[in-house]
Design a protein around this ligand. Structure first.
Ligand SMILES: *Cc1c(COP(=O)(O)O)cnc(C)c1O
Ligand SMILES: [Zn+2]
Length: 393
């Protein structure tokens, strides 16, 4: 039996891999028979606990998921609501991308492919390379030519073939999906990746069960993760495990916010924007392949789309590091900055339970060489006086 994919918009269905998009132009996701799916129960160990509602794959690499969900009361004042943090930086390569890579690469391994590929700004390349290495598959990663060497070095440790591509990123993304080469591409909104990434929602809702959070806020670029979260919530509703669907909010960086722009303008489809530079490099997709599906997700769940300035992102990043003890990359901090803004705008209420998805770790990226105001060099002989001076301050 082959896996089927369906267009979320018009409902047409196809065999997985038959075509990259629906004939209507919209995106496809895997059909999932939730049957009589029940919460597995016990501790949330890793995302394979949901294997019954995932495509059949070879399990390769380190188990993804099972990430902490922290009720971060000390962040409530900043956030303006009751905030819980889903710490995706705890995944094997430091981002939620591992959920999708494990499914996409595992599927390719089971199907007998020798090669997998991806198009990425960094985290997905890192993740796909790691899972390909574990599966014994060759890996081709295509990154924008301006990707900094620090990021490439992290990726290169897993020994993929790295292509630095000069040219339009959106075009590159689309072109790889229509190549004749015998390479299984697991790009950011492909059905297998979206299937894997729906497990973020499964884990959040299982942790809350039998209750349901009011809202889920996540930083969004291609719209693949938001699509996965929406797919997960729809399935859980169908399985009768939740009777209310949390509102989905997508957060974007103001310099590059095509989804939030379409939302503000009341449009039904997302189109490419002219983007400026942002510190949130992992979510800087000006022409998101699943943007329209993400827009639909926020509209159908009663959520919304918000954009934040880089300064607001920096403030959220500092808040997380100094108040919750969590280091995230700027793209993840966009989610908390978005929550703060939504609270100020009255979209989120003070007693709303809001899950903020911190998509990636801050430890895989060095932003600056500034060692901070509280770092000082002292002489060993002055140890006691130096410490006394500070402790007594
Ligand atoms: C990829 C990524 C995102 C955006 O996910 P999409 O599925 O492309 O919308 C957000 N944050 C981080 C850290 C990422 O790596
Ligand atoms: Zn369609």
């Amino acid at each position: 039996m082959t896996d089927r994919v369906r267009c979320y918009d018009c409902g047409n269905d196809y065999e997985l891999g038959e075509q990259a998009h629906c004939t209507c132009g919209e995106t496809l996701w895997l059909e999932t028979d939730v049957g009589d799916f029940e919460w597995p129960g016990g501790g949330i160990d890793d995302s394979w606990r949901y294997a019954d509602v995932l495509p059949t794959v070879e399990r390769v690499g380190v188990e993804p998921g099972g990430t902490p969900l922290v009720r971060a009361e000390r962040v409530d004042a900043f956030a303006g609501c009751q905030v819980s943090l889903k710490v995706e930086g705890c995944n094997p390569t430091g981002s939620f991308k591992d959920r999708g890579s494990a499914v996409g690469v595992g599927y390719a391994a089971r199907a007998g492919y020798d090669w997998v590929g991806t198009v990425s700004h960094g985290n997905m390349a890192l993740s796909t390379s790691a899972y390909a290495a574990a599966a014994g598959l060759e890996c081709a990663v295509f990154v924008p030519s301006e990707t900094p060497p620090e990021r490439l070095e992290l990726i290169a440790r897993h020994d993929p073939h790295v292509f630095r591509v000069e040219g339009d990123y959106g075009q590159l993304y689309a072109d790889t999906l229509s190549l004749e080469a015998d390479v299984a591409f697991v790009n950011s909104d492909t059905p297998l990746r979206v299937a894997g990434q729906k497990t973020t929602a499964y884990e959040i809702l299982e942790a809350f069960a039998p209750s349901v959070p009011d809202a889920i806020v996540l930083p969004t670029s291609s719209g693949g993760h938001a699509s996965g979260v929406w797919k997960g919530l729809r399935e859980l509703e169908r399985a009768g495990l939740i009777d209310e669907v949390p509102r989905i909010y997508v957060a974007q960086a103001a310099p590059c916010d095509p989804i939030a722009t379409a939302y503000r303008e009341g449009r039904g489809t997302v189109t490419a924007v002219d983007a400026d530079e942002t510190i949130a490099v992992s979510i800087a997709n000006s022409d998101p392949p699943s943007g329209t599906r993400a827009l639909r997700a926020v509209r159908e769940t009663g959520g919304g789309a918000v954009s934040v300035t880089d300064d607001e992102t920096r403030a959220a990043m500092a808040e997380l590091a100094t108040t919750a003890g969590i280091s995230v990359e700027p793209s993840s901090a966009v989610a908390l900055a978005g929550v703060r803004k939504l609270s100020r705008d009255g979209e989120l209420a003070a007693d709303d339970e809001v899950v903020t998805i911190l998509t990636g770790s801050g430890y895989t990226e060095r932003l600056q060489t500034d060692v901070g105001q509280r770092t000082r060099t002292i002489d060993l002989a002055d140890l006691e006086t130096e410490l006394d001076a500070i402790v007594g301050e």
